[in-house]
Design a binder for this molecule. Structure first.
Ligand code: FRU
Ligand code: FRU
Ligand code: FRU
Length: 492
């Protein structure tokens, strides 16, 4: 445990489970999130990491290999999984899906041109024996031009992109690809003609392979599954900058046979009328470091109201879904709880979600990285991991100094401040992520390929980086190993 700097006590969370259908939403409170700053060393100097090593991703070197051999920018990536998060290889091939974009684009323009691509590599090879860049072959785009635009009634979009999701594998090589189908309606100056339209979507295809590699058929229609409802999940009408994306499906061990989905959302309040409550702040009675509701609501913190949404499948084809209330809110804490997912371990449900330093609310600070919450079920009074803070694995960061931007890191920041993002937790505590920017203000390079895989150990309400894994904690570049092999001999 790290000795804490002075500050408020975290909210008391029981970890008690509630029925997934009930309307209990756990709160990642300001009192909780302020523990992150309490973990930070106020004396850490310019370009040093101020955060505990156990919660910091080891520093990634600047001379990283490129997994696509110069073909595409690569960022958010996900494997082929089953309902329990196991990762499959099929017929001797490991397969991953990634958001990709043309390398002629500036890396920061990628969000408006993102498409889902895929990679494959032979299964069952330890990372030490693979090519340095992970040994993936880029297979190309999943969808033909025009397919993912079809679900939008208004075809006048300026940009039509595919954002993150997850992929489930079923018998006979059937793949259900859940993703975010997005239409932007923008003026040439980047302003909105009308709010963008992100929808949680599904396309069903089939995996084929032979000794040369992997291909897909069937990804030629898209099911429009969920659009933000304005009751639980903020809409574009309520806030043109709303977040609604990143579906991840799974089975709840406590409710066998039901399929659920978590996703990124925002609390459904109109942007200018949003407010936070005593419960969102979460201070204990008489805490001398407590803030008042009025001062928080006047601070601008109400612009940051992320939540993690829950939905339940209504049919076994997983083509019909209904919203349930969010499982977690981060009102007046952060505006983005992205790529949420569950890991089930030792009878506990661990909810992971990524967040940015730049999306924290006024008065809250924390590194780019992945955050974690533990409870007795998928809907619980979640306890944020690691001394109540929520931080599980952050980039090396100095919270005594501003962050800057990935295209302009602050002069005093650690070279790892923006090194990786979009962490995804895999079986065995392995964590993959993509490289954004590595280096200091005067000497940095942009990424666009996957970072080295690292390992975290989960233990109750704590976690720690395993520095014995790989080289000082850094495993293979772009290493996303399957833990289950289907038909490893390779004959269909
Ligand atoms: C969480 C759970 C379920 C139970 C419900 C009631 O999923 O523990 O097993 O039905 O909450 O508390
Ligand atoms: C910051 C970010 C991402 C999001 C995108 C939207 O990089 O907010 O989290 O996907 O920009 O344009
Ligand atoms: C995370 C993210 C996702 C989104 C994608 C868009 O890096 O912001 O939430 O789906 O990037 O590029």
């Amino acid at each position: 445990e790290t000795e804490l700097q002075p500050g408020p006590e975290p909210t008391i969370h029981t970890q008690e489970a509630y029925d997934p259908e009930s309307d209990f939403t756990a709160k990642w409170t300001r009192a909780d999130a302020r523990q992150i700053k309490r973990l930070s060393d106020p004396d850490a100097g310019s370009r040093e990491n101020s955060m505990p090593a156990a919660l910091t991703m080891p520093t990634v070197p600047q001379d990283f290999p490129d997994m696509s051999n110069g073909e595409v920018w690569v960022w958010d990536t996900w494997p082929l999984t089953d309902e329990d998060g196991n990762q499959y290889s099929v017929n001797g091939w490991e397969v991953i899906f990634s958001l990709v974009a043309d390398r002629s684009l500036d890396f920061d323009e990628r969000h408006h041109y993102a498409k889902i691509g895929y990679f494959y590599r032979p299964a069952g090879v330890p990372f030490e024996e693979r090519p340095e860049n992970g040994g993936w072959t880029y297979g190309g785009l999943v969808f033909d031009e025009g397919v993912t635009g079809q679900i939008f009634e208004d075809q006048s979009f300026s940009h039509q992109t595919q954002w993150s999701g997850s992929a489930r594998i079923f018998k006979g090589g059937e793949i259900k690809l859940f993703f975010t189908d997005v239409a932007f309606y923008r003026n040439p100056d980047g302003s909105n003609i009308k709010p963008y339209d992100p929808r949680i979507a599904l396309s069903v295809g089939k995996l084929h392979s032979n000794k040369h590699g992997v291909s897909f058929t069937g990804f030629d229609t898209v099911h429009d599954l969920l659009q933000a409802d304005g009751t639980y999940y903020q809409t574009g009408e309520q806030n043109e900058f709303f977040n609604f994306r990143d579906p991840f499906t799974f089975e709840d061990p406590d409710n066998p046979g039901e399929t659920y989905m978590v996703f990124e959302g925002n609390t459904a309040m109109p942007r200018e009328e949003a407010y936070c409550t005593e419960e969102d702040l979460g201070y204990r009675d008489g805490d001398p470091y407590a803030e008042t509701v009025d001062e928080v609501n006047a601070s601008g913190a109400t612009y940051q109201i992320a939540n993690v949404g829950l939905a339940k499948a209504k049919n076994t084809e997983l083509t019909e879904w209904e919203f349930l209330p969010p499982v977690l809110s981060a009102n007046c804490v952060t505006d983005q709880t992205e790529r949420p997912q569950y890991v089930f371990k030792d009878g506990k449900a661990y909810l992971f979600t990524i967040s940015h330093r730049g999306t924290y609310a006024a008065g809250i600070d924390g590194p780019e990285g992945v955050y974690a919450f533990v409870g007795d079920g998928i809907r619980s009074d979640f306890q944020p991991l690691n001394q109540g803070s929520g931080l599980a694995l952050g980039n090396p960061t100095n919270l005594n100094f501003a962050g800057g931007q990935p295209f302009a890191p602050d002069y005093n920041q650690h070279p790892g401040h923006f090194q990786a993002y979009s962490h995804y937790v895999m079986p065995g505590g392995l964590v993959q992520s993509f490289i954004d920017t590595i280096g200091t203000h005067d000497d940095f390079v942009r990424g666009g390929t996957l970072a080295p895989t690292v390992k975290i150990d989960l233990d109750g309400a704590s976690s720690a980086v395993d520095y014995s894994y790989g080289d000082g904690g850094l495993g293979g570049w772009a290493d996303i190993p399957a833990n289950i092999a289907v038909n490893p001999g390779g004959k269909v």
